[in-house]
Design a protein around this ligand. Structure first.
Ligand code: FEO
Length: 169
């Protein structure tokens, strides 16, 4: 594998685990606020991020590439309002999209079409994650100030269940 592509993928493992940690911190915030549905949603999100990391880890190993695991950073966002994690989540997902795009570009330049094909799933996944984040912000803007509506929103997010990623290596 092209050295740059391999290094970027290796780095992305760390970024995905950091994402998991960030979402777990959001779950933690909502849990402390008594919003167990929001907490559930973000706990599942954290699991999905770990799946993303493991998919890249497995992909590198399947291709005979050495994986180096680095330290995972401390979640560095401060949340005050119920809206804060939602906005931070969208900003973070946009950042992750840019990282995936960079790897995709490097793979294309190296004519590493196996990797671009592997990344297609991530490109689509990022689209879904950004949409989920935007939808949540919209709902919070519309209903967040009303206690009864917030209760229903919390129930809706509490109904989310985990399912393993659709991408199988
Ligand atoms: Fe792994 Fe939320 O992107």
């Amino acid at each position: 594998m092209n050295e740059k592509v391999s290094a970027l993928l290796n780095d992305q493992i760390n970024k995905e685990f950091y994402s998991a940690y960030l979402y777990l911190d959001m779950a933690n915030f909502y849990s402390q606020k008594g919003l167990d549905g929001f907490a559930n949603w973000y706990e599942i999100q954290a699991k999905e991020e770990q799946d993303h990391a493991m998919l890249i880890y497995q992909y590198l190993q399947n291709n005979g590439e050495k994986v180096t695991l680095e330290a995972i950073g401390k979640p560095d966002k401060t949340f005050t309002t119920l809206m804060d994690p939602l906005k931070a989540g969208l900003e973070h997902e946009r950042y992750v999209t840019s990282l995936i795009n960079t790897i995709y570009e490097a793979a294309q330049e190296a004519k590493d079409f196996r990797t671009t094909q592997f990344l297609d799933w991530f490109i689509k996944e990022q689209g879904e994650e950004e949409k989920n984040s935007m939808d949540q912000i919209t709902k919070m803007e519309l209903f967040g100030d009303d206690a009864r509506s917030l209760y229903m929103l919390n129930s809706e997010l509490g109904a989310r269940t985990y399912s393993a990623p659709s991408l199988v290596l």
